[in-house]
Structure formats: C-alpha cells, structure tokens
Design a protein around this ligand. Structure first.
Ligand code: SF4
Length: 221
C-alpha cells in the first residue's frame, strides 16, 4: 500500500507509539512502532478486520495479531479451521501462512487505551478501502468488535453502498448482506479481556468460522 508505512496523519497515535514504554525484557529498538499493514492470501475470499495493533503485539512485531493475547487465542482456532498453516504467530518471519484469509485492522497505528477516535477511524479508512480493492476474490468480511464493524459500515456509506450504518446493529454472529458488498459477519473481538471474561470462547469463535465457511460456499453456489 503506497505511503502506509510512512503515514503520520494521526498526531495522537504517532505520540502514543513514540511514548510507549517497552515491555519487560524488550528494548524500544525491538518495536515496529509504525503503521501495521495487513497480510495474508492475495486470493482470499475471507477478510478478517480487527480494531488496531496491540501495544506489545502487532505494534511490536509489525504483523496483525502477532505476539499478543488476541493472536494467541485466535491463530490456533484459525489453524483448526484450515485458515492458517500453523497454530501460532510469534514474529514476522515465523513461517505463518494464511489460506483463503487476509487479516488487517481498521486503524493501522496503535491508539491509546485501544480506543481510536472517530476522526482516526475516518483518517485510516482509505487504507482499508485499498485493502478491499486488492482482494479480487473477496466474499465475506469478519469484523472483530463494534469499532471495526461500524468503521466498515461507514466505508460502505461513503461508497454509497448502504444509506445508514445504523441499519446494521452489532451483535456477535450477526450476518448482513448489503447489496453490492461482501457478506458481513460481526464477532466479539478476540482481545485478552474478552477471552478472560468469557465474552468470547474458543467454541464461539470456531462456530463463527464454520459459519463463514458455509457463507463462502454459498456465495460460490
Ligand atoms: S492510523 Fe492510519 S491514517 Fe492514522 S497515521 Fe496510522 S496509518 Fe496513517
């Protein structure tokens, strides 16, 4: 994506990365501390969109959901469901390959308290739009958490595909088929907090992935 890695449009996020103390045992030089691009299968029919890089996960390693609790939960399940060749993601050169899946975030830079502002979502949406157009086989988009879900709907509003984002309420497992867009599947985020509190479980996420498989097959039928 042209210009992404050097993008500094969001001052607050730039400062957040500059001021983040490294976690114990790491040095600032170990951190990516830049916008984190998506990655995966360029022929993917499924696009999974998270919120933003984790402070000591993607913001450290430079790859979405890599090196933190959200990824530790998610990648074994993606592997089990056949979307990943291995069950862990520890660093950018760990051999992980995605099958029929592309993964990115709605906001590409680390936000304070994991809370991007509406302006920051909007500022980063052109990069999300670019990722979407780079996936010619896309059928289904999984949106992790309300922030990614709403930002994606706002993208569809900006594109004139839907008239109002509020027509599509967020609920875990909700499936929407706006005309002229991929099928949308909403999911609770796989954050460590949501996993620890039981808001999302392995069974719930596996069921969701199984539903996504059915939707992809249906879209081909
Ligand atoms: S969040 Fe997106 S728009 Fe904002 S600085 Fe990072 S890459 Fe640029």
């Amino acid at each position: 994506m042209r210009g992404l890695l050097t993008c500094t449009r969001c001052d607050r996020l730039r400062r957040c990365m500059d001021e983040l103390p490294p976690k114990k045992g790491y040095d600032r030089a170990d951190y990516w501390n830049r916008p984190v691009p998506g990655f995966g299968d360029p022929r993917a029919r499924v696009f999974l969109v998270g919120l933003a890089p984790g402070a000591h996960g993607a913001n450290r390693t430079g790859r979405p959901f890599t090196g933190d609790g959200a990824g530790d939960f998610m990648y074994p399940l993606l592997h089990q469901a056949g979307f990943a060749n291995q069950d862990e993601a520890t660093h950018r050169d760990d051999g992980l390959a995605l099958h029929d899946l592309y993964i990115s975030n709605a906001v590409k830079c680390l936000p304070p308290q994991n809370k991007p502002t509406a302006d920051e979502f909007a500022c980063c949406r052109p990069y999300l739009a670019e990722e979407l157009t780079s996936l010619p086989c896309l059928k289904v988009v999984i949106l992790l958490g309300q922030g990614a879900f709403v930002s994606f709907l706002k993208h569809l509003v900006e594109e004139g595909v839907v008239d109002r984002a509020s027509r599509y309420p967020f609920a875990h497992g909700a499936v929407y088929r706006p005309e002229g867009a991929p099928v949308l599947v909403a999911s609770y985020h796989t954050s460590r907090y949501n996993v620890q509190t039981g808001r999302i479980t392995s069974d719930m996420f596996l069921q969701l992935l199984s539903r996504v498989r059915e939707l992809v097959a249906g879209e081909n039928g």
